[in-house]
Design a binder for this molecule. Structure first.
Ligand SMILES: Cc1ncc(COP(=O)(O)O)c(C=O)c1O
Length: 388
């Protein structure tokens, strides 16, 4: 049955608020009209608030990967050494980007599902004068959240630029870029921010901008050359390339929704949803993949029980119950599933999702008591969720 009411509970793209959809349905405006220019400027201010920074915000057409590439293209010169901290699929992406721009990669690898080790990172950072180091806030492949606040303490004592990929964190988990000494931070529109894919958002602090200004060699990228974009971000009346006017105004609405909810309240809601999901899968005797205490609040990654086919389970959830979750990524394919509960997700959505997961598991012969997961989830929600 296609009644256009499927629940999209993958870790991005996420469901978009009707408020944002109504904005996206409007006719395109001129990119130099007062209405657009003012909207863009307000969106950039709200972006700074979201990131917790007084640095420079950039909002460009593109996906999260553009923010990763812009970091390396602008901050790293040929031959510069970059330390890539890797504990999942997205952490490993950085090395390809660094190499594509002539940088030299040093890897600091941790087991998938484990958080980065601060002692080992500290040791590595003091062993060489790296130009930059990259860390995943949340690696969406494993559901791990790295302690990026504590890494910030290490970043204070090094000249290396601290680059954070927060595509699956910002908007759903605390992000305090300036307080945590993050020099470059990026996210995308389609996850915890709650807009459709298509906008890349990132911020640079003064230290990072100075590195861009003082490069010895030209930036080997045209569109992602931030020196060309900076005047537009300072005054959106200018022109370098046409902004996605509809998407920028959609982002503005998504950022207003975040501002109205309040960052603290929003982070808390995501934390409660995560606890509720953990309780739910625990009651079903499903093991959580990420290490205990480091679970991201934006998604839950249970392991698939022995004897159950993940594709059959996801198929039943989608076809019979209209709930879409994601399979495992990379080497976790077939071993885990990924349930997104970020952005505009509500308690109704997560109860319905866990219920569909339960019913599908039951149908596939998994030994469990009907409703046990949902019951455990409800207890967390009724105890911890404040009234909206
Ligand atoms: C943590 C993380 N980083 C980077 C990306 C890449 O973002 P995009 O697919 O929007 O280019 C993703 C996408 O899911 C992600 O989850």
């Amino acid at each position: 049955m296609n009644n256009e009411r499927e629940l999209l509970m993958i870790p991005g793209p996420t469901m978009v608020s009707p408020r944002v959809l109504r904005i996206l349905a409007k006719p395109a405006l001129s990119h130099v009209s007062g209405e657009f220019v003012e909207g863009f400027a307000e969106a950039l201010e709200l972006q700074k608030k979201l990131f917790g920074t007084d640095g420079t915000p950039f909002m460009l057409s593109g996906s999260g990967t553009l923010g990763m590439e812009a970091a390396i293209a602008n901050l790293v010169e040929r031959g510069d050494k970059v330390l890539c901290v890797e504990n999942g699929f997205f952490g490993e992406k950085w090395e390809e980007i660094v190499e594509a721009h002539g940088g030299v990669v040093e890897r600091l690898r941790f087991e998938w599902g484990k958080a980065l080790n601060l002692g080992q990172l500290k040791e590595k950072l003091s062993s060489y004068d790296y130009k930059a180091f990259t860390v995943e806030h949340v690696d969406t492949s494993t559901g791990i959240a790295n302690p990026i606040d504590k890494v910030g303490e290490l970043a204070k004592d090094t000249d290396a630029l601290y680059i954070v990929d927060s595509v699956c964190g910002t908007g759903g988990m605390p992000m305090k870029m300036d307080e945590w000494n993050i020099d470059y931070c990026l996210t995308g529109s389609q996850k915890a921010v709650g807009a459709p894919p298509g906008i890349s958002m990132f911020c640079l602090n003064d230290k990072a901008w100075e590195v861009v200004e003082k490069r010895k060699t030209p930036i080997d990228d045209y569109y992602a050359n931030l020196r060309r974009w900076k005047p537009i971000m300072d005054n959106p009346r200018g022109y370098f390339a046409t902004p996605a006017v509809g998407m920028v105004l959609g982002m503005l609405e998504a950022l207003r929704i975040i501002d109205e909810e309040g960052l603290e309240a929003r982070w808390r809601r995501h934390e409660v949803f995560s606890k509720a999901f953990q309780a739910g899968i625990g009651a079903l005797n499903l093991e959580s993949f990420p290490a205990k205490g480091y679970e991201a609040h934006t998604l839950t990654v249970p392991k698939i029980p022995e004897g159950v086919s993940d594709s059959e389970m996801r198929g039943l959830m989608r076809i019979k119950y209209g709930v879409i979750i994601a399979g495992g990524l990379g080497k976790l394919g077939g071993k885990t599933v990924r349930v997104g509960h970020m952005g505009n997700a509500t308690s109704n959505d997560i109860v319905a999702t866990l219920s569909a997961l339960e019913m599908s598991l039951m149908e596939l012969g998994y030994d469990m008591d009907a409703g046990s997961g949902v019951g455990a989830m409800e207890k967390v929600l009724t105890t911890h969720l404040s009234e909206a």
